[in-house]
Design a protein around this ligand. Structure first.
Ligand code: C2E
Ligand code: MG
Ligand code: MG
Ligand code: MG
Length: 288
């Protein structure tokens, strides 16, 4: 449904998860050196409104440009960063870079929200709030344009400080998203305890949901839950037009996935947005 020009633009900038060969496990020292030497870079994946087709934001997804192994995907080093205490530094690097890019795009006339992934391990000190507030202010990006996507990858022992950090960020008007909802520890308990603004349905429930009664039920229930709680519902992992149509039919607000675009380097975002606005949003209107 979409022309070859767009497809090549989107695919040449491609990075998606899963395609890469799995590198050897890395050590803390290697990751620390990579952070020091500036080998981490942000890719960005567009997020679009299902009702209007409009691009509303991007999500920052970190990649390690490894001198020997090429592009290394975050599943290969985020757990290491969390275990080794490097996650704080990593999140700061990603967030700072995301703020610089957000500012550039705002100056270029693109009114995009910026989503950044945050690990629960980042939330153990109130200093994190000060850092986020200061970086956003320095880049002159409004907190309401910034969405912090929280994933709980393992069970947390003491949630008091993390909950306070999130509450303080929300008071400062930053927006909070529950990522990979329905998997791991991203659960109803989190929805009860944390003042989220957005719910991201995990991609394992999204692709193929139109044909799979179980996935369909999970998607519908998640969207119903989001609506009743006043949250935006985002489907991740939208891979084909059947996924898109299903989500449209059940009233999902926003979509992200390879059907729309793969994550791309920062310098591809403006061109992608212009092309999307010029052609693909009209294609989607026809699709509906
Ligand atoms: P996530 O936040 O749930 O991000 C979505 C992941 O799904 C990304 O993988 C994205 O490239 C991939 N994806 C997007 N659309 C599709 C699709 O249509 N089909 C399929 N199969 N996959 C799709 P990626 O970039 O490899 O990131 C994996 C995870 O690593 C992220 O999951 C997030 O939890 C974590 N991560 C990425 N960047 C950061 C970061 O800066 N900090 C932290 N703490 N975690 C990060
Ligand atoms: Mg995310
Ligand atoms: Mg997710
Ligand atoms: Mg994930």
């Amino acid at each position: 449904w979409c022309d070859a020009r767009w497809r090549s633009l989107s695919l040449s900038a491609a990075s998606g998860a899963g395609g890469a060969s799995q590198p050897a496990p890395y050590t803390k020292e290697e990751l620390a050196a990579a952070l020091r030497d500036g080998q981490l870079m942000n890719y960005y994946q567009p997020k679009v409104s299902i009702a209007s087709g409009r691009m509303v934001g991007v999500e920052a997804l970190v990649r390690w440009q490894h001198p020997r192994d090429g592009i290394v995907y975050p599943d290969n080093f985020i757990p290491l960063a969390e275990e080794s205490g490097l996650i704080d530094q990593l999140t700061r690097v990603v967030f700072s870079s995301a703020m610089k890019h957000a500012r550039t795009w705002h100056e270029g006339g693109l009114d995009l929200s910026m989503s950044v992934n945050v690990s629960m391990d980042n939330l153990h000190s109130l200093g994190f709030v000060d850092f986020i507030v200061a970086e956003a202010a320095a880049a002159e990006v409004a907190p309401r344009k910034i969405i912090l996507e929280v994933t709980e990858s393992r069970l947390m022992q003491d949630l008091r400080t993390p909950l306070e950090v999130l509450a303080r960020l929300r008071l400062r008007r930053f927006r909070l998203s529950v990522d990979d909802f329905g998997t791991g520890y991203s659960s109803l308990v989190q929805l009860r305890d944390i003042p989220f603004d957005e719910l991201k349905i995990d991609r394992s429930f999204v692709h193929g949901a139109g044909e799979d009664p179980t996935k369909r039920a999970i998607c519908s229930a998640s969207i119903g839950l989001a609506r009743q709680m006043g949250l935006d519902a985002v489907a991740e992992g939208v891979e084909d037009s059947a996924d898109w149509r299903f989500l449209q039919a059940i009233g999902c607000d926003l979509a992200q996935g390879y059907f729309i675009a793969r994550p791309m380097p920062a310098d591809a975002v403006l061109a992608w947005a212009a092309h999307w606005q010029a052609t693909c949003s009209h294609e989607l209107e026809r699709l509906s």
